[in-house]
Ligand binder design. Sequence first.
Ligand code: MRU
Length: 378
Amino acid sequence: MKVTVGGRARHFRTVAFDVAKNSVLLIEQRLLPHRFEIVSTRNFQETARAITDMVVRGAGAIGATAAYGLAQGVRAFRGSGLEKFSLHTARVYEVLKAARPTAVDPVNAMNDLLRIMSAGETVAQKQALALAAAEEFASEDVKHCQAIGEFGAPLIRKDARVLTHCNAGWLAFVDFGSATAPMYAAQARGTKFHVFCDETRPRSQGATLTAWELAQQKISHEIIADNAAGHLMQRGEIDLVIVGSDRTLGRTGEVANKIGTYTKAVLARRHGIPFYVAIPLSTIDWNLRSGLEIPIEERHESEVLGAWGIISTPASGSRSPASSRRAYVRVANPASRARNPGFDVTPAELITGIITPVGIFKPRDLWKKRAALGFSEK
Ligand code: MRU
């Protein structure tokens, strides 16, 4: 994505790999929109921690990070014994898989890597194949998001008011995003429209990340409190909803996405507003048979009980800040506890269409179209 930092526009991928240093390079998303920084992880354990701690987040981005993390881990292996190498690979895989449970992209990406690595006959060959496959996963993610943009752009008519939830944007993928890809493609076609970004408590990915991306891209937008969408829909101020997904069940068309997505889908149905979900193929889970089987991440209660932000200290006699630091502020009643499920599941009947890199499908048609969607029966 093209980011203007300090007045200079440069293109960055959200996730990249430094081959010489064997490290994964990540945009430090917890600092955005206040500071733009690239961090690098020294080993696969640090890469897994970056996923857990949400330095990097979003289904496609953590898929690419896990793929690079697996390549990083297997490339760090010293020796030529295939048995030891395979035990080491299994350990790297498990550590990265456990980093976050709901998004299926990391598992799909790492399974691809293992399949491709199996063609190697020596440790060195397998290490080289792992890196090539991780690079391929990242590039495919970019291509898929661009294709989603092309299929989704016509849904955004002139002067449309589009609601999106959380951040399924550039930052949630390697580039372009899923839910935002149709917006960027519509903008490139000269269509004028307006986006409402749900704030997306508790971590505020809409208010911080999506709003930052849209501002970088000069797309008209406003942040709304999560509870405001129903009111705007009732007043006829929202024409279309596009969200992303962390796991979409190929067999049922159910969609796991950031907590609050289900509520928006119910509201959209109540008001007759089209509700679309945009996904690359790596977000499809062809195995699970019910949304109830999707592991829903429960995050720490502190996210609900307070909020993170930047505290700036102004320089004396000036309005520009002399320094700024990231800080946590407790908001809730000190004696109260909280529940913090990170995701919810939207049933197929509330979804108008799933925008994929190969076309737009009814959610329940995914299984029928599985061959076109990359599912191979073995
Ligand atoms: O917890 P996060 O920020 O990793 O959640 C992922 C998301 O941003 C959303 O659920 C998004 O809509 C789908 S990820 C492409």
